[in-house]
Structure formats: C-alpha cells, structure tokens
Design a protein around this ligand. Structure first.
Ligand SMILES: Nc1ncnc2c1ncn2[C@@H]1O[C@H](COP(=O)(O)OP(=O)(O)OP(=O)(O)O)[C@@H](O)[C@H]1O
Ligand SMILES: [Mg+2]
Length: 414
C-alpha cells in the first residue's frame, strides 16, 4: 500500500488560450500506463489579449483562481505547472546547421557529433528577442548530398541537421512567467499547447504513417502534420470559432455575446439538416423573439464553406495531402459545433474525427474534449523518457550509458 502511494504522482497542466484558461490535474493510475483526471477547470482569461499580458494582476488572478478551482476538485496542493502557450505566441522556423567533422579525410559520425550538432542548431536558431521551446530534428544531410534519418556510423566530412524550431517572444514569455509566479506557482515545462494536445490524441502508429491535428481555437486554427513519428509541419490560419459566432451575430442581427450563446446551445451545421423548422426563443432587449433553427444554419453555412475552402487551399498549397494518409484529428473549442468536423472531412476528402483522450479515466469532467490541451500538458510531467516526437537523435544524454560512450569512442578512432 505504501509502495503504491509512493509511486503515485500528480501533475498539473495549464493551457493559456486566447479565450480561456484550461487546467487539468492528472494522477497516474494503479493500472500501468493509465492516468486519472482528478481535477479540472475551464474559465475565461482576463488581463491577456492578442498574445500579450495587458494587466499582470488580472492575469495572475485568472491563473490563481483557475488552478485553485481544479486543485480543490482534486484535493491536492499544486506547486508547479506545465504551461501551454497558444499559436498567437509561437512562431515556427526551419533551420539547417552544419558541423565539420575533420579538417582532412573522413571520420565516422557518432552520437556525440549529433548532440553537438543539435546543441549548435539550438544556439543559432533563436533571434535576440526569442526563446526556443521545441527543437524537432527532421533529418540529417551527410556530405551535402546523402539524406539520412540516422547517420550514426556513416563516414563523413561534414554533417548537417534540419530542424523545425518552435520559438516564443522572450519578453511576452517573461511577462507570463511573472503572472504565474505572482499567482504562487512555479513553471516546470513550457510547451506549444497544440503540440501537447497531439501527444494525447494521436497513437504512435498514426504519427508514423502520417496524419494531421487541427486545433480550432477562438480566433485561429492550428494545423500540425506528423509523419515518421515526428512533427513535420505547423502553421496557423486566421480563422476560428469566433468567426462562426460573428456569422450568427451578422445573420440574425444580434450582439456577439448573444450569438455566442445561441451557437453553443442551438448552433449546427450538419449537412442535409438545414430545414430545421422548429422555433427557438432568443432574448433581445428584455423580450423574447422566436427564430427558426434553420436561420442559424443559414447564417453559419457560408462561413463553414469559407472556412473549408481556406483550409483546403492551405493544405493544397503546402503539399500536405501526401503526409496525411491516416486522416485528421480535430480538437479545440471551435470543433464542438455539431456537424463541423464531418463537413471538414467531406471538404478535404480525408477522414476527420474528433480527438479523444487516450489512456485517461475521467470520471468527473463532462466536457472532457475541451480539456485535451491541459491534459496533454500535465501528461508531460509523467514522461521520464524523451518521446518519439522529440525527434531524431533523441536528447537523452542523462540516460546514456557507459557502453554506448565506449562505442562512440571506438567509432571515432578506429
Ligand atoms: N459548445 C460549443 N459549440 C461551438 N463552439 C464552441 C463551443 N464551446 C466553445 N466553442 C468555441 O470555441 C472557441 C474557443 O475555443 P478554445 O477554448 O479551444 O480557444 P482557446 O484555446 O482559448 O483559443 P486559442 O486556441 O486560439 O488560443 C470559441 O470560438 C467558442 O465560441
Ligand atoms: Mg487553444
């Protein structure tokens, strides 16, 4: 019993979205490889707009009360967080970095060379005002021409690494750190939130064969494509769930806030169900006004078409179809509009399914699909080994054993 208690660990993830803060507290379960969602909260974010802290005290208070509400449910005390940042805050960049291996002649590439190369790529990737949060090696190029996924043991004069870097503006990050610290918490890891979500909705075989994760947030949509077990592509589109609320506001002549609540309770875009004749009552200027449900569909339909056209063009322009053979997993609050995921799948002619949490028991949370990012972030705490997605040439120096060091030396000198 005592042993079981000692093995049990708890981690907290906090996703700072453009719109909402989501918190999840996970506990490792007694069943191996399973986790339990023991605390959660979703609340509106204050003091944070357009990816910048606008009021540090307000943001700090939003974070404090969001974490407190989750920790009260979980009946645990939270000291540190895995923090997730949205795509408004992050930028991605592809870099290539080369190291010479010998002045003259050839030598065999060792694991140590790859570490050096990866460290150099990290050092050179960030501009003066940026912090690197993920470096994802894509492939190596040996002697300018030979592309390799694992070049260890090859003879070479020089070796190049191609890396997908995910970076964040240093000052914005410092301000967020300050707000978290004022709220009374420490930060264990910082991650791009959709990348963290992918780790709990994708199976390793999906990311090996090739598939996409579409995260429909408030004002933007992130598209991530995984192939050969690593993140190959990330970019964002400037459209999100709020565009659908705005379409209802424009179509029905109501305020954005009312349109938002109409969307959540009555919105639907299911193909073939546009004839909804039943009426609903909406409250306007202290009076109730009846509207047909089909009017909501009619207001949303052109926006859904525009969204799908933009998404299709985006995937086509970036030549992503070939890397999405296992389809698309759709997450984010914007994806909760009934019928939207199905229509996305039809438009891009690729299977699209709602993301669901794998290996997580969640007895309490009814709205668990909205917590995917926070769960992905807290899951990071349980990862003692580098994940498949940390890329080629995994950075596991801490666990590198003596025998493999000897092998490196042998390969280097003989
Ligand atoms: N039940 C629902 N039906 C339809 N749309 C919904 C529902 N719940 C939330 N949304 C929409 O989801 C969007 C917010 O999604 P989410 O919480 O994933 O955004 P965020 O993480 O705060 O933002 P971002 O990811 O852009 O940083 C809003 O546009 C909201 O209207
Ligand atoms: Mg989000």
């Amino acid at each position: 019993m005592v042993k079981k208690f000692l093995k049990q660990k708890i981690f907290c993830g906090l996703d700072l979205g453009a719109n909402r803060i989501k918190v999840a507290i996970l506990k490792s379960s007694s069943v191996d490889g399973e986790y339990e969602l023991i605390g959660d909260s979703i609340s509106k974010v204050h003091g944070f707009k357009k990816a910048s802290v606008t009021d540090i005290a307000e943001l700090s208070e939003s974070i404090r009360s969001a974490v407190q509400s989750a920790s009260q449910k979980a009946q645990v005390k939270v000291k540190e967080l895995n923090l997730g940042l949205g795509s408004d805050l992050v930028v991605s960049r592809r870099t290539s970095t080369t190291i010479p291996l010998v002045e003259r002649g050839h030598k065999v590439i060792t694991q140590r060379d790859l570490y050096k190369l990866r460290d150099l790529a990290k050092m050179l990737s960030a501009k003066i005002d940026e912090e690197l949060i993920h470096d994802i090696p894509q492939h190596y190029v040996v002697d300018d021409s030979n592309q390799a996924l694992n070049p260890i043991g090859l003879y070479a004069r020089k070796c190049e690494i191609n890396t997908l870097m995910i970076l964040v503006n240093a000052n914005r990050l410092k301000n967020i750190f300050k707000a978290v610290s004022q709220a009374g918490y420490e930060i264990a890891h910082v991650m791009f939130n959709t990348y963290a979500s992918a780790s709990v909705v994708l199976r390793d075989q999906d990311s090996m064969r090739g598939c996409a994760v579409l995260d429909i947030g408030a004002q933007s949509t992130n598209l991530l494509v995984f192939k050969n077990g690593i993140l190959k592509f990330f970019d964002k589109m400037a459209m999100g769930g709020d565009d659908f609320s705005q379409a209802i506001a424009d179509g029905l002549g109501v305020s954005f806030d009312l349109a938002e609540s109409i969307k959540r309770s009555h919105g639907y875009v299911v193909a073939g169900e546009q004839d909804g004749q039943e009426e609903i009552l909406i409250k306007q200027s202290n009076a109730y006004k009846p509207i047909k449900r089909s009017a909501i569909f009619d207001a949303l339909d052109p926006k859904v078409e525009a969204y799908n056209t933009a998404l299709k063009e985006f995937i086509f322009k970036e030549h992503l179809y070939d890397d999405m053979s296992d389809g698309m997993v759709v997450i984010g609050g914007g994806s909760l509009l009934p019928g939207l995921i199905e229509r996305i799948g039809l438009a891009i002619a690729t299977p699209a399914n709602a993301g669901r949490l794998r290996h997580i028991h969640h007895p309490q949370a009814a709205y668990v699909s909205e917590l995917i990012s926070a769960v992905g972030l807290s899951m990071q705490g349980f990862r003692t080994k580098p994940h498949l997605w940390d890329g080629l040439g995994k950075d596991n120096r801490g666990v590198k054993n003596f025998a493999s060091k000897l092998l490196d030396l042998y390969q280097e000198y003989f």
